[in-house]
Design a binder for this molecule. Structure first.
Ligand SMILES: [Zn+2]
Length: 222
């Protein structure tokens, strides 16, 4: 039972985005390799991701440092290579655009949970289904997790769960006003998503930004 050094490269992004990408990578590796503690992949590094302060000029220098500092059963370490600043929005307008997009994403993500929270606050403890006539205890209603996938830096809204009647699946809580608000949110979100993606693409085509990346390394048990 040994171990070998393994590395992985991601384009420059924020630390929060890097953590998300790392989680997705681990999920994919688990699907491919199973949960065997000696499968030779990052899944055997038991302490998650650790983002280090070091930065290097080349991937080779970064890899050599990671090889030396990562440990078997330890964390996967991440360091920067190249100039990160050019990979991020530079102008005030670009920053505001991304901020608005992020705010809107959060609003969209909490759309159904917010409707549910509103129902929980109401005095009535049951809700009568207009379709099948069942009386449903509000405290038993819940929303499924809604999430955004972030591949190719595009944000896709995947949540479609309504708070529905457990008997006939009729929508219980969403009003006509809610539906209109959701349609408007989705429309604005799609438009901003396109603009944010275009801006990101333009930045990433900048040679300096292209050279900027995260290099991850870990000692994988095999
Ligand atoms: Zn019903």
């Amino acid at each position: 039972m040994g171990a070998h050094f393994s590395s992985h490269i991601f384009p420059a992004c924020s630390e929060a985005e890097l953590q998300k990408k790392f989680d997705d990578l681990i999920e994919r590796l688990r699907d491919e390799n199973g949960s065997d503690g000696y499968n030779g992949s990052f899944t055997t590094c038991r302490q998650g991701l650790h983002i280090c302060r070091e930065s290097f000029d080349t991937v080779e220098l970064a890899s050599a440092w990671l090889d030396e500092h990562a440990e078997k059963w330890g964390a996967v370490l991440a360091v920067k290579v190249g100039e990160f600043a050019s990979a991020f929005p530079a102008t005030k307008a670009a920053k505001e655009l991304e901020q608005r997009f992020n705010d809107l994403s959060k609003e969209l993500e909490s759309f159904y949970p917010d409707i549910l929270a509103r129902a929980h606050k109401q005095a009535s403890s049951t809700k009568k289904c207009t379709s099948c006539g069942s009386s449903i205890a509000v405290k038993h209603l819940y929303t499924h997790e809604l999430k955004y996938i972030d591949r190719m830096d595009r944000h896709v809204f995947r949540g479609s769960d309504l708070v529905t009647c457990p008997v006939c699946h009729n929508n219980l809580l969403e009003t006509e006003t809610d539906k209109k608000r959701l349609a408007s949110l989705k429309e604005r979100h799609a438009e901003l998503s396109k603009r944010v993606s275009e801006a990101k693409e333009a930045r990433l085509n900048d040679p300096k930004a292209k050279a900027a990346k995260w290099v991850l390394g870990g000692w994988c048990a095999d």
